[in-house]
Design a binder for this molecule. Sequence first.
Ligand code: FES
Length: 219
Amino acid sequence: MKKPFDLNADYQPEHFEFNKVYKKHMTDIIALYPKGKQQSAVMPLLDLAQRQVAQEGAAANPPYGGWVPRAAMDCIADILDMPRVKVYEVASFYSMYNTAPVGKYLVQFCTTTPCWLCGSDDIVKAATEHLGVGMGETTADGKFSLMEVECLGACVNAPMVQINDDYFEDLTPDNMRELLNILAEDMKPTIGSQTGRKASMSAAGPTTLKKQAKKAKVV
Ligand code: FES
């Protein structure tokens, strides 16, 4: 579950502004919209703010992940000339925006029916025991936050988790722990299937389009 949006929490910074690089992205994004419709850029600008915070957080000690402070929402409202409350409404509605601080690696566990049937409970148990924190919590070193989410659309390779922008699929308790160990060292784990499955092919190999699969060297 997403943490509640608290406009006046102690962790809210006083100030936010896009840095030089992100300002350029911001200008490019706003220019995509017709004159007078710039408010439609609110979603990509919230995403941009979250990415800038994530970049700053990755180099901080302790590290933190991408989230959108209230000051960033206010900054976006001013840039797009729209009421601040409208920006708060968008940011607090969509689950891809974190409206409270998170760890450097935000681990989102899918526990909807297909993942659950394929063992998501065991994946959650392995991760929470390994890291020593529960759902909605962040490890003391600032590296990991855990969150339970609904179907992420990769049911065919269940069970799976999303960590920041990437999907990790075909999980077992062992490869989940291994994944967390790799990230704890800030190394890059293999994205996608953790058992070597190609895309969403049947675990037993292709059942249709066999010639094409062979030609594409995926079997
Ligand atoms: S149920 Fe987990 S990705 Fe769909």
